[in-house]
Design a protein around this ligand. Structure first.
Ligand code: 5GP
Length: 115
């Protein structure tokens, strides 16, 4: 069997994390190396390794995940001021964990373009 990724272990409670929100669709926890006052990772309970997996997944499941990310941002109090959602896929984007995760980044004025 394939070795579990770090985020699957966090989801299973095998590795501790600072949970900020959870429901049937998503699990959200603080990034260990925050890049802004708010830096939360939102992982789906459906296993997707990365964006290429979306092509063969149901639109409904992907849509529910997106709605889950929006719920977490609202819970974090970011809806009014705004926030950035980042997905990294692959080496050029420096994805380090092979399990889909959204970075919700906010709580300060963000700059553009990103590095
Ligand atoms: P990626 O570069 O794959 O898009 O993002 C992975 C993120 O996971 C990074 O921002 C990194 O700081 C975070 N991270 C790595 N290991 C851990 C961990 O053990 N716990 C938590 N909470 N975050 C982690």
């Amino acid at each position: 069997m394939e070795e579990k990724t770090l985020f699957e272990k966090i989801l299973a409670g095998e590795i501790p994390s600072e949970k900020v929100y959870e429901d049937d669709i998503v699990y959200a926890f603080k990034d260990i190396n925050p890049q802004a006052p708010v830096h939360t990772l939102v992982i789906p309970k459906t296993k997707w390794r990365g964006f290429p997996d979306f092509e063969n997944s149901s639109s409904e499941a992907i849509g529910e995940y997106m709605k889950g990310i929006a719920r977490v941002a609202k819970e974090l109090g970011l809806e009014e001021g705004g926030y950035r959602v980042v997905f990294n896929w692959g080496d050029d984007a420096q994805q380090t964990v092979q399990y889909v995760h959204a970075h919700i980044i906010g709580g300060r004025q963000l700059t553009w373009p990103p590095g």
